[in-house]
Design a protein around this ligand. Structure first.
Ligand SMILES: [Zn+2]
Ligand SMILES: [Zn+2]
Length: 278
C-alpha cells in the first residue's frame, strides 16, 4: 500500500491511498486540477481512483470535493453529519455514501475503517486503511487524541498525525484571542507538544513511519514539528521510526507502507527531499 500526501496544511488537504489496483482520495481541500496534477506528478494513476472519503466539512478539506467527484466520476463517502454539512457547497452530480465510525467497508482491495475524532464540526472522523497486510492511520484536525484514535495508532504501520502548531508560537502569534482559544481547545488542533507525546505512546507498537501533517503556516515551523517528533521517538527508544514532513505546497511520496512482518518502510524521491528540508 502507498500513501501520497497531495497537500497538507491549514489552507488545503488531500491524501491519496493506493494499491496496485485501487486508489482512494481522502479529502479534497485543493482544486480538482491540483489533485489531478499532484497525482500525475507523484507517478500515480488518476484512472485508478475509486472513491473520495471526507474527514469533515471545513473548507480546507472539502473545497474541491464536488469538482473532483464530478471530474473523476467518484462516490463521496462521509458521515451523515458531514454529508449534510457539505450538501450545498459540494453541489450535485455524484453519489453520496453515508459511513459511520466503527463500521468498516471495502473499496476494491482496501478496507477503510472510520473512527471518531474530536473537532469543532458536525461529525468528524479519521480513517484507518488496510491492504497488502499493511495498516495506515490518518488523523488530523483533532483537539485531543481520544481512545479511538489511540487504539488505531497502536495498530498502525504508518501514522499520519496532525502537528498543527507550536504552543509558544500560537500564544505569541497574531491570531485574535478567541481563535487561539479555539485552536487550543479539545475540539481544535493538536500542538507539536501534544502530538509528540502521543507518538511516544504509539512507539511501543509496530509503527515504522510517521508523517507530520496539517502544519500551520502561521504558528509552526517544519523544523520545530520535526524536532518534537524526533525527540519524543528517541526518548521512547524508537529512533528507527521514519519521520516525514507533509507540505502545503509540494506533494510527499509515494510512501511505500509495508506490514508488520517486514517493518521496513521505503521512501521515494520527494519524501527524502522534504525531510531533508526540515
Ligand atoms: Zn483542517
Ligand atoms: Zn478542521
Amino acid at each position: 500500500m502507498r500513501l501520497t500526501v497531495l497537500a497538507s496544511g491549514s489552507s488545503g488537504n488531500a491524501f491519496l491511498v493506493s494499491t496496485s489496483t485501487t486508489s482512494i482520495l481522502v479529502d479534497a481541500g485543493i482544486s480538482a486540477k491540483r489533485v489531478a496534477c499532484a497525482i500525475t506528478d507523484a507517478g500515480e494513476d488518476a484512472s485508478d481512483l475509486a472513491a473520495v472519503f471526507v474527514t469533515h466539512e471545513h473548507s480546507d478539506h472539502i473545497s474541491g470535493v464536488g469538482p473532483v467527484a464530478r471530474r473523476f466520476n467518484l462516490p463521496v463517502h462521509a458521515t451523515r453529519g458531514t454529508l449534510r454539512a457539505i450538501n450545498r457547497r459540494a453541489g450535485d452530480g455524484f453519489t453520496r455514501v453515508p459511513i459511520a465510525p466503527g463500521e468498516p467497508l471495502s473499496v476494491g482491495d482496501i478496507t477503510v475503517s472510520p473512527f471518531s475524532t474530536s473537532h469543532d464540526c458536525a461529525d468528524p472522523v479519521g480513517y484507518a486503511f488496510e491492504a497488502d497486510a499493511a495498516r495506515l492511520v490518518l488523523a488530523t484536525d483533532l483537539g485531543v487524541v481520544g481512545s479511538a484514535v489511540r487504539d488505531q495508532m497502536a495498530r498502525a504501520d504508518c501514522v499520519v498525525l496532525e502537528f498543527n502548531h507550536d504552543e509558544r508560537m500560537l500564544v505569541d502569534g497574531p491570531y485574535p484571542w478567541p481563535l487561539k482559544q479555539r485552536i487550543m481547545s479539545n475540539v481544535g488542533h493538536l500542538s507539536n507538544e501534544t502530538a509528540a507525546r502521543e507518538l511516544a505512546r504509539a512507539a511501543d507498537h509496530p509503527v515504522s513511519t510517521v508523517v507530520l501533517a496539517h502544519l500551520s503556516e502561521e504558528n509552526n515551523k517544519p523544523r520545530l514539528a520535526y524536532e518534537a517528533a524526533a525527540a519524543a521517538l528517541e526518548a521512547a527508544g524508537r529512533p528507527d521510526v521514519a519521520v516525514l514532513l507533509a507540505s502545503q505546497k509540494e506533494p510527499l511520496g509515494p510512501i511505500e507502507i509495508t506490514g508488520r512482518s517486514d517493518r521496513k518502510c521505503t521512501r521515494s524521491r520527494s519524501s527524502e527531499r522534504v525531510t531533508s528540508d526540515s
